[in-house]
Design a protein around this ligand. Structure first.
Ligand SMILES: [Fe+2]
Length: 252
């Protein structure tokens, strides 16, 4: 079944409970407005004009799958929830640039903020690339070098999934998310506004897309193994992203 019925209101309430649960969190996220900047709702919608917006960044995914094998042992289980699912991750951009166990970013920040309501964190807290970003196959990502924040490589096997969720809200956008995958066995769905999750079936392996994570979305690995490029950049990358996306008027 590729489509799914959900309760969007409940997901929004749960998200607010994670990121806007106390004064300390509210202050923290408001402070980000002045330190890393904030994208307005109109600007966000102008950039993320579709659930996935193709950029001109293309990774040789077969070469990447070969190169990343040398880091096989660096992948660790994603977070503490749904821990029986085959979801592993390795840091691409983290706090100190070192690949390590129990890396704070190898889990959802939603989960982190639920577990640590007095230590709020955001993508923009993590800005140091790890050596994985030096892999020759990832050279096309270099254009994002001045803007990096929290990014991962995800390695999923059949049955892995993310439940429906959002990663930013229109009044709190302190990073800009990009995404790509090495295989069409990784499937994304987005909320259509009528409490249904609709599968996005037009994904080119290796292509990097802007991904609209203000819209409720989920992901699944339906077969085999696949990697995902789970990327974010600072708000000041906005103009660059405008330059490297497929213009909206060219979309059929
Ligand atoms: Fe997400």
């Amino acid at each position: 079944m590729s489509n799914l019925q959900i309760d969007a209101d409940e997901i929004m309430i749960e998200t607010l409970a994670a990121f806007d649960a106390n004064e300390l969190q509210a202050d923290y996220y408001n402070e980000l407005h002045s330190t890393v900047g904030n994208i307005t709702k109109d600007d966000y919608i102008a950039l993320y004009y579709n659930y996935l917006v193709p950029t001109n960044i293309k990774i040789d995914h077969e070469l990447f799958e070969h190169e990343i094998k040398r880091y096989d042992r660096c992948f660790e289980q994603w977070g503490k929830t749904l821990s029986t699912l085959p979801r592993k991750a390795c840091a691409l951009v983290n706090y100190d640039g070192l690949i390590k166990e129990n890396d704070q970013i190898n889990r959802s920040l939603y989960e982190w903020n639920i577990d640590n309501p007095n230590r709020p964190t955001a993508d923009s807290d993590f800005r140091k690339p790890t050596e994985i970003l030096d892999l020759p196959s990832l050279e096309p990502l270099n254009i994002l070098d001045p803007y990096w924040c929290r990014s991962n490589i995800l390695r999923w096997d059949e049955g892995a999934k993310f439940l429906p969720h959002i990663d930013c809200m229109h009044n709190h956008t302190h990073s800009l998310r990009l995404w790509g995958t090495t295989t069409n066995n990784i499937r994304l769905r987005f909320h259509n506004g009528f409490n249904q999750m609709i599968e996005h079936d037009d994904v080119e392996p290796g292509r990097i897309y802007l991904i609209d994570t203000a819209t409720i979305h989920d992901a699944r690995c339906i077969e085999g193994r696949g990697y995902q490029f789970f990327l974010s950049v600072l708000p000041r990358a906005y103009d660059l992203l405008k330059e490297i996306i497929q213009p909206q008027e060219n979309v059929a």
